[in-house]
Design a protein around this ligand. Structure first.
Ligand code: 0GY
Length: 298
């Protein structure tokens, strides 16, 4: 196993991830990853809170191949703001193997939404993580969600667990399918059956339009090992309780992650520890993302 190093510098993605031991089922989808720049062609947003390393589409396709995956869902990150040019460029050069989640402003036109749809966008992302964005008023997000609903798109939300009590009612008022990034970022030092994660489970249990990505053990772990043992109970609980509403992704190139450089081969090897049967793995990696992003093929 590669040596795991905790440090606090700014990092580039892993130059040489290992070949995973786990063989993904045919047609597997990496349902959370990004493209960044290159910055000289697709400049980063002036209002960004961090500058990532460039993560061009060609590197993403090469990683997909290396990991034995077939498709990507590319998610717009805050460092590109609401300029979706790099995302659209990647989708248009993906030969149909990538779909996207964009960021738009409340005044986005119907024509622009249609253009994004034709490129392969199927959702918009609302980010509530305070270190990443300035707060957006609920009424503007509500307006965006109503504009995208007729296209059959969904909303992706990113927040940290301590914010959920305050955001719960807004989230449940959204008119679309809602996909939660990284399990709502639980504090994995707390018990999986404790009150904080129970609120997240209640959201999923009582609102069938909510899905969760069981992604980013590298962001959530509080241990210094690529095993990410402390994250397993949380992800496994979600995969087994909501097998038809979970997604998985690498999060390549891991923007803004300062603790260590994840090895995506190790991340793929995390999958059979949270989805322990072939059926759960197929739902997580193929059936669910295909239903959400390529419904015409599933
Ligand atoms: C992620 C996580 C992060 C960054 C962003 O949009 C973003 O900038 O999502 C983070 O810093 O936790 O999913 O890429």
């Amino acid at each position: 196993m590669a040596e795991f190093q905790m440090d606090w510098g700014w990092r580039v993605y892993h130059p040489n991830p290992k070949k995973p031991n786990f063989v993904a089922p045919p047609g597997a989808v990496d349902a959370h990853c990004h493209v960044f720049g290159p910055g000289d062609k697709f400049p980063y947003a002036p209002e960004r809170k961090y500058t990532p390393c460039d993560g061009p589409k060609e590197k993403l396709w090469a990683l997909r191949e290396h990991l034995g995956f077939a498709r990507n869902v590319i998610v717009q990150a805050t460092c590109h703001g609401a300029d979706n040019s790099a995302l659209v460029d990647a989708l248009e050069h993906s030969n149909g193997t990538a779909r996207g989640v964009a960021t738009v402003k409340r005044d986005v036109s119907a024509e622009e939404l249609q253009r994004l749809h034709e490129a392969g966008v199927r959702g918009v992302r609302f980010n509530f993580v305070k270190r990443l964005v300035d707060k957006l008023p609920f009424d503007s997000l509500q307006e965006i969600s109503e504009k995208i609903a007729p296209l059959g798109w969904h909303v992706v939300i990113y927040f940290e667990a301590q914010e959920l009590p305050e955001l719960f009612d807004f989230f449940t008022s959204l008119p679309t399918t809602v996909v939660i990034d990284h399990m709502g970022r639980p504090d994995v030092s707390k018990p999986v059956d404790g009150p904080e994660f129970e609120l997240f489970l209640k959201l999923m249990r009582e609102h069938g339009n909510f899905w969760s990505k069981v992604s980013c053990p590298d962001r959530l772990t509080q241990q210094d090992s690529y095993q990410y043992n402390d994250v397993v109970p949380f992800a496994r609980k979600l995969v087994e309780t909501f097998p038809d509403r979970v997604l998985w992704g690498t999060d390549w190139p891991h923007p803004n992650l300062k603790s260590h450089t994840p090895d995506e081969g190790e991340l793929v090897d995390f999958i059979p520890r949270i989805a322990v049967t072939a059926e759960l793995q197929r739902k997580l990696l193929v059936d669910n993302p295909m239903r959400l992003y390529w419904p015409e093929e599933s």
